[in-house]
Design a protein around this ligand. Sequence first.
Ligand SMILES: Nc1ncnc2c1ncn2[C@@H]1O[C@H](COP(=O)(O)OP(=O)(O)OP(=O)(O)O)[C@@H](O)[C@H]1O
Ligand SMILES: [Mg+2]
Length: 460
Amino acid sequence: MSSILVIDDDASIAETLDLYLTEEGYKVRTALTGTDGLNQYVQEPSDVVILDIRLPDIDGFTVLEDLKEENENVKVIMITAFHDMETTINAMKSGAFDYIHKPVNVDELDLAIKKALKSLEMEKKIDGLLMEPSRSFRVGDIIGTGNEMREIFKTIGTVSQSRTTVLIQGESGTGKELIAKVIHNNTSPDEPFIAVNCSAIVETLLESELFGHEKGSFTGAVARKLGKFELARFGSVFLDEISEMSVNLQAKLLRVLQEMEFDRVGGKEKVKVNARIMAATNKDLKTLVKEGKFRDDLYYRLNIVSITLPPLRLRRQDIPSLIDYLLAKINLDLHKKIIGISDEMMEVFMNYNWPGNVRELENLLVRACVVAKGQVLGVNDFPELGKEEAAKAPEDASADLFKPSQPGKFLTLDEVEERYIRKVIKETDKNKGEICDILGVSRPTLERKLEKYGITFERE
Ligand SMILES: Nc1ncnc2c1ncn2[C@@H]1O[C@H](COP(=O)(O)OP(=O)(O)OP(=O)(O)O)[C@@H](O)[C@H]1O
Ligand SMILES: [Mg+2]
């Protein structure tokens, strides 16, 4: 029988989990403080620990550390009321196995426990998986809430402990390069981050950019030149728009990924690659593979870990915080004191389709800040996105309702639920009570779901 230790200071949560998990066939123990939890674990280790971050005596991260010290392979599922990126990445980097939000959703918890037990079983089989010790924690700024972004933060935390290749996909302007930089900063902040755009340069130049060349290897090669893979040392090489790489270079890149070494153009000795390789694309690589435009073996090599960024129109709840964040950045750059955008403009922004995603939002704000007279940006400051745009903007949300963020992917039931609730709120002017009637749920259920999906809405 697999055993679970629940450490949570909220007695009612501890008790509920105890009942539920015992029912599910686990051997369960509970502790209401970090100290008690640690003592119980030392006396008798359990397979899985469910750990609250905020505890009365020691904080959850310290408990996690101590548990890890006791048993490096302990499977800890953290639970918390915080939703932000930093806590999530931090939890995953400190070696938590998974991370779940309050109020705890039992299906999510079930899944996490099953995954943890499965991984324990695998580890017993493959003795001694090599992992680098986790480094000090550094993040850039990624604004994001919602399930998809949360999963992305988790992945960033996990990949930052290794040097695996990462493929980052998403529409233009969704933050692919930003994610690559955050992964880099979390892995090897003191080493170079080198970005190469695979579409910008002609093939032969790209080859010598990547691999370098020896003096005299071709006309114009007047001196030895180091390639990006060498210059990046133990840092990262970010191959942007990888879909545009020629078939010939794809073959060479594949060899580099397989052997982690290469020849300089015209060179004799092998050069070792120490850098982590990340690639990004705004095309669907899988489709290109099917069409024969991208090598499938290279695709599988790159796709060891893949991150798919959702387009902004599918995570509109992030628009207000993105605006705050971007305005703060722009104020600093332009020495301005813009404090926000008008309610009317916010309405337009919330309904607009954002084909250029966060980059488009950023560009619009920069332009508006440059010309703005007042401290609050209004409709007049966004001539491109004026009133007529607002009028036609409310897109047919039902068309988008089941549309996955990436072709070929499917939505989870939670995602469908979230979108449907948003649609009803957006398309009616009803208050919360009436929305409960439309959705056929009680008021507390609606409140819980609004909180879960980070939906704010003020019509009482
Ligand atoms: N979640 C986010 N939080 C804060 N800023 C973001 C976020 N996503 C993107 N940005 C900002 O938006 C801009 C565009 O992001 P980035 O260049 O990473 O996108 P991209 O996916 O590489 O775009 P492209 O495909 O056009 O190259 C950057 O200035 C970035 O800092
Ligand atoms: Mg980019």
